[in-house]
Structures are given as C-alpha cells and as structure tokens.
Design a protein around this ligand. Structure first.
Ligand code: SAH
Length: 517
C-alpha cells in the first residue's frame, strides 16, 4: 500500500450557518483549516474559503435550485472518492447540514463506502432567519410548538406527500424553507384546510447578511405582497403570531449600512476587523484584498535585523504603520530576550492606529502628530520636539514609502537611519472569488486604505463603475486615486480606520446610490 492510501480519510459534513460569518461554529472553522478538499454550495458563504489552506482543493457543488453545478449523485461520489484517497474532505452546507440539507444521505453513502464522517451542526436559517428579522420562533405568550417544513419536496417525487391540513392545523409557529417559488399554491392550500386567514406571515431573504430583506403580511395577502416586490429566494417563511413581535424586536434591519455592499481592499489579515465593524453596521461586505504584506528578504532583511538590534542607541524610533510595528517587534524579540533592551529610545507614531498597535506590545508613544501623514509627522518633530538637529532617529518603514519624511528630517539636521521592515505586493490569490463577484455584481462603496491598495486594485485590471462611491482614508490615497482618473466621493477626516468608517456612514446617509452629485 502506498503512503498516500494508507492515510485514513474523513469527511466532515459541516453546517456553514445562514450567511453571517460570525455564525459559523468554531469546530466548523477548524474543519475548513484542516481540509485537503473543501466542497461548498451556493448557500454557504464563500468568505469561509479564506480559512482553507492555500493548497486545498476548492470545489463548488452548486446549487441554486434548477441549476445544479454537480448533481447530488456526483457530489456523493466526489466525497467518497476524495476521502478514500486518504484526504480530509470538508463538505460545507448552508445552515445546518441535517435540516433539509441532505447531510443524512451523504453520510449514508460515506458509511456504505466505509469512509469515516463527522456531523458538525450549524445554525439553521430556519431559526436564524426569523431571529435576524426580530421574530422569536417560540415565545411563551404565543406558542409551545414549532414546525419546520419544506415548500419544495424532492422534484423527482411523483406525488406530493405534504399534507397541508396538518400544517394548517398544527398549533404554534410554522417555518417553511424553500417555498418562495410556490408561495401562492402553498398559502392557498393551507387556507383551504381551514387555517386562520389573518394569520401573520413574514418572509426573510438572504437572512443574517447585509442583503437581508423582510416582508410581512397575512396568510391571505403574503403571496400578493411577495409578487408586488418581486421577492425572490432564498427566503425563510414564518407563519404565526410570533411575527407580530417584529414590530418591537426588529433589531438588525434598521442598521445604518444595511443593504449596502462595501468593498474592503486591505490585506486579508487586516481586513477582518474592518469587515466585522462594517457588518455590525449592517453592511454586505466584500473582502477583496488587493495587497499583501511580506517580510523583506536577503540584504534588506539582514540590514533590518542589524538596525533593530541597535535600537537602544537612537534618540527616537519612528513608526509610520501598524505593519511596521509588528515587523519591528517580531525582529526585536527574535534577536533580544528582554524588553528593557529597547533602552530609553523615545517613540513616535504617525497616527492612532499605529499607536494602538504599539500599545499591544505594551509600548507608549511620545509623539503623535495632529495630521496623520508623513508631512504632519515632520511638522510635529520640527515644532514639538524642540531642536532635533543632530538627534539620531530610526525610521521603521515600508520598502515603498514616500521620501517626504526622510527629506524633511535630513533638512532639519537629523541623523536618520531607515529600517525597511516589509514590502507591499499585489494580492493575486482570490480563494473566495471576490474579484469575480465584484466584476459581476458591483458594489455601493469601495474603500481604499492606502495608495498601494489603489495601485494594486488597478493592477488587477479592475475599474470602478460610475455608480460605485469611493471612500479614501486620506489625502495621499486620494491623490493616487485622482492621478488614476478617479475622484473620491469622500475622504476620511481622521486618516485611520475609525475615520474611514465615519466617512462610509456619512456617504451612505448623504445621497441615494447611483446618483450623480
Ligand atoms: N440546511 C439549510 C437549509 C437548506 S434548504 C439550513 O439549515 O438553513 C435551502 C433553503 O434554506 C432556502 O431555499 C431558504 O429557504 C433557506 N435559507 C438558507 N439560507 C438562507 C438565508 N440566508 N436566508 C433565507 N433563507 C435561507
């Protein structure tokens, strides 16, 4: 037996939750990180693919109803085949794998083929969809029973086995999945079986994401409402008086950025916090990293290590980005074993983001300029730091940094050394298919957090459609945009992420999207 086949494979049948990435389980994330192969479907958020190893095989298995990318038989075969090769296969399914997710059938096939499997439950849209619409599926004042049913049975079945009299007469809340397309037929059938014609009904589509939309009505009116607004799948329908709770409990949809698709172009590593904050404001976030940060190699790396080792001998240590701080301390603690060896050097940070990163390393800051750009830092030194002539400074910088700071400090008589900590490269990897989604679906707002995010965005051959508003973090980034023929619609007042978030909210409130100024 070869080494390859002697390893025992396994298939994890993982619930990917309803859409909000925060609703994935920790176990689910572990399974994606461990996978050799990830098989995902239409309803599992593609953002999760960023957790997969770069060498993992990513397979799209469909399915938008009627448009199966791989038929179910093919999926079962694929899972069995890859796992039989000794691979770790993670099968991602929207919601919970066992709630109308065919996880049971896939597990049976795996068992029959002698392949190990594990069920990793997920948060089902049948519960989460109503919750995000402000509807508790059970509530002591309303019901003591919950029924979940499908509005779309196996299309290969000749006759419907749905007994709508049971649905009509079941007490408590009823939740229907996969029923939007047959909504009129189903509501009519339930009414014909004697259900209360005024029973409140709500439909929630793309629940828990920035695209969530909800409509409400009664058993009699809901099909008309859905038709009049061309309400489309995927949606969860809730039948019951609990729907009335929404009037008071609708917590998610009133958020300021709801329904707005916002693109984040920062590095994959840095994007997640900003994306989380945007999602918390209700946005539909498209993480499309255009840059990645890499440690320098060769001579640059040796020179950097040498300067870091000598840090205690300088009067000032200057940081112009959080990345610089991270790379500096990584190198410092590789060389030195004692924090005190940094000596009495004073520390300057270009802005609050950089200062906050320093704080993570338990380092205070002696100087933060009012204007968070190189010019501001140079001015602050000239003004606040007294005479800087003949002082020694070590500037921790990116390879591609502008030379404004060094020119001005040199002119002021500073003895300046420059430690090149990292370089910014274009991000060419796109495991989540974000570039494709941007090209096909566009966005309401695109955010740029540095000149290099702009340059690398354009290097990817992308352009910004007229209807997409542009938010820039500050004047340097704006200048790069203008040089390339794009006028930013807004520039952050404070040139950091909180400043950019404020700008995005202002933009969202300011004008209806798609309109010219
Ligand atoms: N296993 C899934 C259900 C799969 S069946 C779960 O537990 O959620 C597919 C149906 O789920 C869709 O037709 C729709 O009714 C529902 N659904 C899944 N994700 C949804 C979402 N984010 N918003 C609304 N409905 C969703």
């Amino acid at each position: 037996m070869s080494e390859e086949t002697s390893k025992k494979g396994i298939c994890y049948l993982v619930g990917a939750g309803p859409g909000d990435p925060g609703l994935m389980t920790l176990r689910g994330k572990e399974c994606i990180e461990a996978a050799d192969v990830v098989v995902y479907d239409y309803l599992s958020n593609p953002e999760f693919l960023k957790w997969a190893r770069p060498d993992a095989e990513l397979i799209y298995a469909g399915k938008k109803s009627k448009n199966h990318a791989i038929p179910q038989g093919g999926i079962n075969e694929l899972l069995v085949q890859r796992a039989s090769e000794g691979k770790i296969v993670t099968r991602l399914k929207g919601g919970d794998p066992l709630v109308f997710g065919r996880g049971g059938e896939e597990a049976e096939e795996l068992r029959e083929a002698g392949v190990d499997f594990e069920f990793v439950p997920g948060i089902s849209s049948s519960i989460a969809g109503p919750a995000y619409a402000g509807i508790p599926v059970t509530h002591r004042e309303h019901c003591s029973q919950l029924t979940i049913f499908t509005g779309h049975e196996d299309p290969t079945k000749a006759e419907s086995s749905m007994d709508y009299s049971q649905i009509a007469n079941a007490p408590g809340t009823k939740v229907m999945l996969m029923g939007v397309e047959r909504l009129r037929t189903i509501t009519e059938a339930i009414l014909a079986e004697g259900a209360d014609k005024d029973l409140p009904v709500a439909l929630v589509r793309w629940a828990t994401t920035g695209r969530q939309e909800t409509i409400t009505g009664t058993l009699t009116t809901i099909a008309d409402v859905a038709e009049s607004v061309e309400f489309k799948a995927p949606a969860v329908a809730v039948f019951g008086t609990v729907v009335n709770c929404r009037e008071n409990l609708n917590w998610f949809e009133p958020r300021p950025l709801r329904g707005k698709r916002i693109v984040v172009t920062r590095t994959r590593k840095q994007a997640s916090r900003m994306s989380r904050e945007l999602r918390d404001l209700g946005a539909d976030v498209l993480e499309m990293p255009t840059i990645r940060i890499e440690r320098c190699q060769g001579d640059d790396a040796r020179e950097f290590a040498h300067l870091v080792a000598e840090v205690h001998s300088y009067d000032w240590l200057i940081f112009t980005s959080p990345n610089g701080v991270e790379h500096f301390f990584e190198a410092f603690y590789t060389i030195r074993n004692d924090a005190r060896e940094i000596g009495g050097v004073r520390i300057a940070a270009i802005g609050p983001g950089t200062a906050a990163k320093l704080k993570e390393y338990h380092m205070g800051t002696d100087l933060i300029p009012e204007k968070h750009v190189a010019e501001g830092l140079a001015e602050a030194f000239e003004k606040d730091a007294g005479s800087i002539e003949n002082t020694t400074m070590l500037w921790v910088r990116a390879k591609e940094a502008r030379d404004v700071l060094s020119k001005r400090l040199h002119a002021a008589g500073v003895i300046l050394d420059e430690a090149i900590a990292y370089q910014t490269l274009p991000e060419t990897d796109d495991p989540t298919g974000a570039v494709k989604r941007f090209r096909e679906e566009g966005a309401d707002i695109i955010t740029f957090t540095s000149s290099s995010t702009v340059e690398c965005f354009l290097d990817l051959g992308l352009s910004i459609p007229d209807e997409t508003a542009i938010a820039s973090i500050g004047p340097i980034t704006s200048a790069t945009l203008v040089e390339n023929g794009y006028d930013p619609d807004i520039e952050a007042k404070s040139h950091d992420i909180p400043g950019l978030m404020e700008a995005v909210i202002e933009l969202a409130n300011e004008k209806p999207f798609g309109e010219e100024d």
